[in-house]
Design a binder for this molecule. Structure first.
Ligand code: ADP
Length: 164
């Protein structure tokens, strides 16, 4: 079976992430979305919350499972029998970071391949961090994340739902 691992912080999952996961699921027989336990950034959601939000967002795709992991991504990918890592590329800054990471991963696990999906035009500027910032200030972000994610963010920030 062809298995791919889509790793990330997913704090929280956005429509951009869902799009990449769904496209990967049409290419591979199984996709494991891997929620990184302790990424080097400030998190809004706990690992369990990020996993739950992602599971709900991708429940409609039967060949996707969502797991959390810690340690090296390539080690977890091997554990899941994945032969490829999936990442999404937005603007050029993504490319430089992904390229560096890919080279390091290649050194750590020479047999692991990387498959990068170009972002869908409408998600080009969709990022978890910007969405969190906008939501915190009461901005309308409902068309950029799944419905339950918008709700969960508003609960965290204790902001009222946008009337639009
Ligand atoms: P990480 O901290 O590992 O970068 P993220 O949750 O920010 O985790 O992103 C996970 C992956 O999804 C990365 O490859 C990132 O480039 C990609 N990604 C994030 N947002 C989008 C988007 N809007 N369109 C396409 N890919 C995206």
């Amino acid at each position: 079976m062809s298995i791919a691992l889509y790793p990330g912080s997913f704090d929280p999952v956005t429509n951009g992430h869902v799009d990449i996961a769904a496209r990967a699921a049409s290419l591979f027989e199984q996709v494991v979305v891997a929620v990184y336990d302790i990424p080097p950034k400030h998190l809004l959601f706990t690992t369990e919350e990020r996993v739950e939000l992602m599971r709900k967002a991708l429940a409609y795709l039967p060949n996707i499972r969502v797991e959390s992991y810690s340690g090296l991504t390539v080690d977890f990918a091997k554990k899941m029998n994945a032969k490829a890592l999936v990442r999404g590329l937005r603007v050029s800054s993504d490319f430089e970071r992904e390229f560096e990471m890919a080279l390091m991963n290649k050194k750590l696990a020479p047999d692991m391949e990387l498959v990068c999906f170009m972002t869908n035009l409408e998600y080009q500027f969709v990022s978890s961090s910007l969405i969190k910032e906008a939501c915190k200030l009461g901005g309308y972000i409902d068309d950029l994340v799944p419905e339950h994610v918008a709700l969960a963010m508003r609960e965290k920030f204790a902001v009222e739902p946008d009337a639009r």
